[in-house]
Write a protein that binds this ligand. Structure first.
Ligand code: GLN
Length: 461
C-alpha cells in the first residue's frame, strides 16, 4: 500500500464524520477513539511493515471484546462496559497491521435481522437510507458499504453477516464452525456462533479471514485444521467444480428478480467450466422452527450472566432477587426479553422433549442433508442469500415475519458449514446477494466460486 497507516486511518475518520455522525447519519459506528487509532497507525508506520494488513482500518461489531473501547452488544445492560481482555480475532488483525477505528452498531445481543433492535438506535442502509441495512451485524456492513473501512468483523448465529452483506451490496463470510476462534465474542448461541468477516471485495474478505482463522488455545472449539491461502483462490476457471442448485431455495414464490439474478450467476459458473446440478436439501423448511428453538434456548442460558452483579448495569432494589429482576427488566430490550422467555420455556421440564430435544433431532437431519449432497460429488451450493432485497424500516413488525427472513441463511449455522454472500446484481437499485456454501473447512473452494462470480459481474474473462 502506498499511503501511510496514519493517512488511511485519517481518511476513515473523515469518511465517518461525513456519513455517520449527527441526526441524519447512518449510525453505524458506536464507539471510537481517534487518538488511540492514530497512535496505533503511527506504530504500524514506524515499523514500515510488510504485514498482510499493514495500516488497513477496520471496525469490529460491538459484541467482540476490545480493551480500549466499550463492548455493549448494542444493549443498555452493558452500557459503559469495557472488557479486560481482547478477542483473539481483534488481536490477530492488529498483529497483521490492521488498525481498529471503531465498534459497530448491532441488534441487541445479535438478535435480529434489521438492526432495529439496537439500544443505540437503528443503522441506516447506505444504499437507501429509508431501508434497513440488515442485521444483526448491520453497523459493520454499513461501515464497509459506506466506504469508512474495507474490512469489518461481524458475528454469525443464523445469518448476521451474510444477510446484511447482501442488503448492503458487499461480501460477507461465515466460516465453518470452529474455523475461527470465538474467544472474546460475547456468546449468543454457542453451538451456532462464529465470527465472520465483511469485505468491500472478495479479496478483502479473503485476506481478513486468512488472518483471523486457525486454532486458538483459548477456544476449545476452534479446530486445528490448516488454513489455506484464500486470497490465492482467484483462478479464472471453475473446471472440475460441481455446483449444486438446491431446489428448496428456489421456491416458485421467490421474487422473480432474484430468480433471474441467480440464473445469471449460475450461467456465469457454467461459462467458467463448472457443472451445475439440481440437488435437494429436503429438511430446509424446518430450519426456521429449529433455529428459533435452539438459538433462544442457548441464549437464555448464556445471558443469565447479565445479572447486575458481574457486568454493566445494576438497578438497585430491596433484595437480591428484586435487583436481578429490575436490572434485567430495565437492561434488556423487547426482542432479547422475548428470546430469553422463549428459550427458558423450551428448556423447562415438560416441554424439553417436545421442543428442544425434537429441534436437536431435526438439526441432525438438516446437517445430514448437507453431508449427503456433498458426498454425492457436489463441491459448492449456490442459493439466494435472502428472499428479498433490503426492506423498509418497520416493515416487519411481526417477529415471526422477521424470523422468516433467515430462511436461506440459518441452515449453514445449524449444519456448521461455511457460507458467504457475494453481490450478484440489483433490483430497483437495491443490492442482491448470492450465497455460496461449501463442505466443512473448504473455504478455499468457496472463495474460488466467489472470485469467479465477482469477476463475471465485472465483465472480466
Ligand atoms: N436473524 C437471526 C436472529 O435474529 C440471526 C442472528 C445472528 O446471526 N446473530 O437470531
Amino acid at each position: 500500500m502506498s499511503t501511510s497507516a496514519v493517512d488511511a486511518v485519517r481518511d476513515a475518520f473523515e469518511r465517518m464524520a461525513e456519513v455517520d455522525a449527527g441526526p441524519t447519519g447512518l449510525n453505524c459506528i458506536l464507539w471510537t477513539d481517534e487518538g488511540r487509532a492514530l497512535e496505533d497507525a503511527a506504530a504500524v508506520d514506524a515499523i514500515r511493515s510488510s504485514l498482510a494488513l499493514a495500516g488497513v482500518p477496520f471496525v469490529a461489531k460491538d459484541n467482540i471484546a476490545t480493551t480500549h473501547l466499550q463492548t455493549t452488544c448494542g444493549s443498555r445492560i452493558l452500557a459503559g462496559y469495557v472488557s479486560p481482555y481482547e478477542a483473539t480475532v481483534v488481536t490477530r488483525l492488529r498483529d497483521a497491521g490492521a488498525v481498529l477505528v471503531g465498534k459497530s452498531n448491532m441488534d441487541e445481543f445479535a438478535m435480529g435481522s434489521s438492526n432495529e433492535h439496537s439500544a443505540w438506535g437503528p443503522v441506516l442502509n447506505p444504499v437507501d437510507r429509508t431501508r434497513v441495512p440488515g442485521g444483526s451485524s448491520g453497523g459493520s456492513a454499513a461501515s464497509v458499504a459506506a466506504g469508512i473501512v474495507r474490512i469489518a468483523l461481524g458475528s454469525e448465529t443464523g445469518g448476521s453477516v451474510r444477510q446484511p452483506a447482501s442488503y448492503c451490496g458487499i461480501v460477507g463470510v461465515k466460516p465453518t464452525y470452529g474455523r475461527v476462534s470465538r474467544f472474546g465474542l460475547v456468546a449468543f448461541a454457542s453451538s451456532l456462533d462464529q465470527v465472520g468477516v465483511f469485505g468491500a471485495t472478495v479479496q478483502d474478505a479473503a485476506v481478513a479471514l486468512e488472518v483471523i482463522a486457525g486454532r486458538d488455545v483459548r477456544d476449545a472449539t476452534s479446530a486445528d485444521c490448516p488454513v489455506d491461502r484464500y486470497a490465492a483462490a482467484a483462478t479464472a476457471d471453475l473446471k472440475g467444480v460441481v455446483i449444486g442448485k438446491p431446489r428448496e431455495y428456489f421456491p416458485s414464490s421467490l421474487d422473480p428478480g432474484i430468480t433471474k439474478l441467480c440464473d445469471d450467476a449460475l450461467d456465469s459458473f457454467r461459462a467458467r467450466g463448472a457443472e451445475v446440478r439440481d440437488v435437494s436439501l429436503p429438511h430446509t423448511d424446518l430450519a426456521i422452527p429449529v433455529y428459533y428453538i435452539i438459538a433462544p434456548a442457548e441464549a437464555s442460558s448464556n445471558l443469565a450472566r447479565f445479572d447486575g452483579v458481574r457486568y454493566g448495569l445494576r438497578v438497585e432494589a430491596k433484595g437480591l432477587r428484586e435487583m436481578y429482576e429490575s436490572t434485567r427488566t430495565r437492561g434488556f430490550g423487547p426482542e432479547v426479553t422475548r428470546r430469553i422467555l422463549l428459550g427458558t420455556y423450551v428448556l423447562s421440564a415438560g416441554y424439553y422433549d417436545a421442543y428442544y430435544k425434537k429441534a436437536q433431532e431435526v438439526r441432525t437431519l438438516i446437517a445430514r442433508d448437507f453431508r449427503e449432497v456433498f458426498e454425492s460429488g457436489v463441491h459448492l451450493l449456490f442459493t439466494p442469500t435472502t428472499p428479498s432485497p433490503a426492506f423498509e424500516f418497520g416493515a416487519k413488525s411481526d417477529p415471526y415475519e422477521m424470523y422468516l427472513n433467515d430462511i436461506f441463511t440459518a441452515t449453514a449455522n445449524l449444519a456448521g458449514v461455511p457460507a458467504m454472500s457475494v453481490p450478484i446484481g440489483n433490483i430497483d437499485g437495491l443490492p442482491v446477494g448470492g450465497q455460496l456454501l461449501a463442505r466443512h473447512f473448504d473455504e478455499q473452494t468457496m472463495f474460488r466460486g466467489a472470485f469467479a462470480l465477482e469477476a463475471a459481474r465485472a465483465g472480466k474473462p
